[in-house]
Design a protein around this ligand. Structure first.
Ligand code: 5GP
Length: 359
């Protein structure tokens, strides 16, 4: 047994120190970034934010809408080949959509069908998503998928440490998804005791990924989950994240997935974890007997239109840029000085989507 004594931090443990800035207006802050990759020969340009591949936000409906803002939707794993065929009759914007699978045999069979039917080329991103990216078999799966799809931008995760970030990149991932346990619908930390404070995970994994480079590009990371407020998205970029991924902040809107439920005269929308009992029963018909649920089912107060949220999110990120003197998202990390604060004093840890914040 070993104890690591140094303090690890979450988004709520820090604030950003303002810096002298030459920027005149928030409009001067550029939110689009362009990336090249360590393996994939593609170039990508857009706002480096993506939806989680969850049933309530990785939907066709959001993909159509979010691509207009150059945001990426990673589709959930429950669509069928026929549904993809139908969707791509009216959607043609590969840069802003990702196909996601796990590492079960069935997932890889689905990938083969998508390749055979040439549906896979409708996606720039393939997301290999497992709760535990530390399994040896996962690296093997990434290698296989890289061989089958040499041109795609491959996302793989989740992990929270530097050595595993390097391992996944060296085995074929372009972008490593970072986060174990921070998700708002996730109960992994409570059920298993496993996890890592998210801000520190992002700092350590970004450093490892960016250290692997070639003439074409370097390894990249996604800060996945735990953002409860736009300031967390900014803090993740400041910590070195190349992309932010979240589900909760994209949920609860008119346009989000999940049922709308009325209770005591108020409207709510469902938001549930991919490993919740609800997801397992709805999409696989049963809960495996060897598995405990590591996700929860929640109802989020109905938040109106997602368009207003996106404007607020973009406005908030631009404002962070002006406070710290960063003209581009890429500069956030160079300009950032975090100050540690007591959680009680940090008002940014109230949820953005609580009822009181929306009135
Ligand atoms: P959120 O935006 O809700 O804070 O986090 C979204 C992230 O939580 C997802 O991208 C995914 O990594 C993670 N997640 C989603 N569902 C579950 C679940 O049922 N269990 C666990 N452990 N993580 C989940």
């Amino acid at each position: 047994m070993r104890i690591e004594e140094d303090i690890k931090l979450d988004y709520q443990d820090v604030l950003l120190k303002p810096k002298r800035s030459t920027l005149v207006s928030r409009k001067d802050v550029e939110l689009e970034r362009e990336f090249t990759f360590y393996h994939s020969p593609k170039k990508w340009k857009g706002v480096p934010i993506m939806t989680a591949n969850m049933a309530t936000c990785g939907t066709f409906e959001l993909a159509k809408l979010l691509s207009e803002y150059k945001l990426i939707t990673i589709l959930h794993k429950y669509y069928t080949v026929e549904q993809y065929e139908e969707f791509f009759k009216t959607y043609n914007n590969p840069d802003y959509v990702g196909f996601s699978i796990g590492m079960r045999e069935k997932d890889l069979e689905l990938l083969d069908i998508m390749i055979e039917k040439n549906l896979i080329n409708n996606f720039s991103f393939i997301c290999l998503d497992v709760p535990n990216g530390y399994l040896e078999k996962f690296a093997e799966t990434i290698r296989d998928v890289r061989k089958k799809c040499p041109e795609h931008i491959i996302i793989a995760g989740n992990v929270v440490s530097n050595e595993m970030t390097e391992e996944l990149i060296l085995n074929g991932a372009d972008i490593v998804k970072v986060g174990i346990g921070p998700g708002s619908a996730c109960t992994t930390r409570r059920m298993t005791g496993v996890g890592y404070p998210q801000l520190s995970a992002v700092i350590e994994c970004a450093d490892a990924a960016h250290g692997i480079s070639n003439a074409q590009g370097c390894g990249l990371i996604i800060a996945d989950g735990g953002q409860v407020h736009p300031s967390c998205v900014a803090k993740a970029y400041c910590a070195g994240a190349d992309f932010n991924m979240f589900g909760s902040m994209f949920s609860g809107f008119e346009e989000s997935g999940g049922e709308t439920i009325e209770k005591n005269g108020k409207k709510y929308k469902e938001y549930f974890g991919s490993s919740s009992n609800k997801a397992m029963i709805d999409f696989y018909g049963k809960k495996d007997s060897h598995r405990a649920s590591e996700g929860r089912y929640t109802l989020r107060p109905h938040k109106g239109s997602i368009h207003d949220f996106i404007q607020d999110l973009f406005g908030a990120l631009r404002s962070t840029g002006t406070y710290i003197g960063a003209k581009k998202i890429k500069e956030f990390t160079k300009r950032a000085t975090f100050v540690r604060v007591s959680r009680q004093l940090n008002t940014s840890n109230e949820r953005f989507d609580t009822e009181s914040n929306n009135q």
